[in-house]
Design a binder for this molecule. Structure first.
Ligand code: KIV
Length: 301
């Protein structure tokens, strides 16, 4: 665990996330979709790892999260599960997996918990999804809410746009936050809403708010890991995205150096290949039939 920050090595749990608000702790949340990224994100000390349905945008090259399937979420969550030790692992319920009734929602969430190893699920929507949140919580499934800009509503919203701009819309989002808290969610993602509204919601609800494009007053912050590392190929870069590294450049430079060395013959060297053991005799028959005839200089045959 070369990279593990040892300041807070204890496992993050649903109750510890809930109580982080009283302690005034600002939790750090990131997405991950595969084993190596999950290891790095977890060992760097991230508190909550979300296997987001943003996997559709940043890994699968889809325009929206709408086509992401439950099977895809299970596949990616299982990979991430193997790489996470300390963080709380949350999996997104994809579009269509909780829209056809509470029983279907329970079945889908149970697959994410039992088959994939998630410790909680996240689903999008406010008051209209409160009954589903309550039912999942009743079935011992911890739920993270997600309100404001909900990317699964891409077609309804006509794109990924700032939500809660009018007084009426802001009130609706505040009501959504209360409905999700009352239904038993342990935290709520607030996505792309005005910072004043996010601050008000954060003050009014008793569970942690996790902001993405919602200003500095949320209890926690989340970003999509590909945005943070500079390897997202999404058509637009929202203003809330802060790129902390340029891995696209670092990866391109590494690949170009490899290509140059392959083309020039500089790679592989002896150090990167295997010599025949000295006591092994090579006998491939007559030199003219030998596969190595061209490779072995005359002086050595
Ligand atoms: O899918 C996702 O990555 C998310 C976060 C942006 C909150 O829902």
């Amino acid at each position: 665990m070369a990279y593990l920050k040892q300041q807070r090595p204890e496992k993050v749990t649903v109750p510890s996330v809930r109580s982080s608000k009283e302690r005034g702790e600002r939790l750090v949340c990131l997405t991950a979709y595969d084993y190596p990224t999950a290891r790095i994100v977890d060992e760097a000390g991230t508190d909550i790892i979300l296997v987001g349905d943003s996997v559709g945008n940043v890994v699968l090259g889809l325009e929206t999260t709408v086509p992401v399937t439950l099977d895809a979420m299970i596949h990616h969550t299982r990979a991430v599960r193997r790489g996470v030790t300390r963080a709380l692992l949350v999996a997104d319920m994809p579009y269509g997996s909780y829209h056809t009734g509470e029983d279907d929602a329970v079945r889908a969430a149970l697959r994410l918990i039992k088959e994939a190893g998630a410790e909680a699920v996240k689903l999008e929507g406010g008051s209209s999804r409160a009954a589903i949140v309550r039912r999942l919580v009743d079935e011992e499934i911890p739920v993270m809410g997600h309100i404001g800009l909900t990317p699964q509503s891409f077609h309804k919203f006509g794109g990924n746009k700032l939500q809660g701009k009018t007084e009426e819309a802001a009130h609706r989002i505040l009501d959504d936050a209360h409905a999700i808290e009352d239904a038993g969610a342990f935290a709520i993602v607030l996505e792309v809403v005005p910072r004043e509204l996010a601050a008000l919601i954060t003050k009014r609800v008793g569970i942690p708010t996790i902001g993405i494009g919602a200003g500095a007053d949320c209890d926690a912050q989340i970003l999509v890991i590909h945005d943070l590392l500079g390897i997202a190929f999404t058509p637009t870069r929202p203003r809330f995205v802060k790129q902390y590294a340029d891995l696209r450049r670092a990866m391109t430079e590494a690949i170009q150096t490899f290509a140059d060395e392959v083309r020039s013959g500089a790679y592989p060297t002896e150090a990167e290949s295997y010599p025949l053991p000295v006591d092994t005799k090579l006998d491939f028959g007559s030199p003219e039939n030998s596969l190595l005839a061209d490779a072995i200089p005359d002086s050595e045959t």
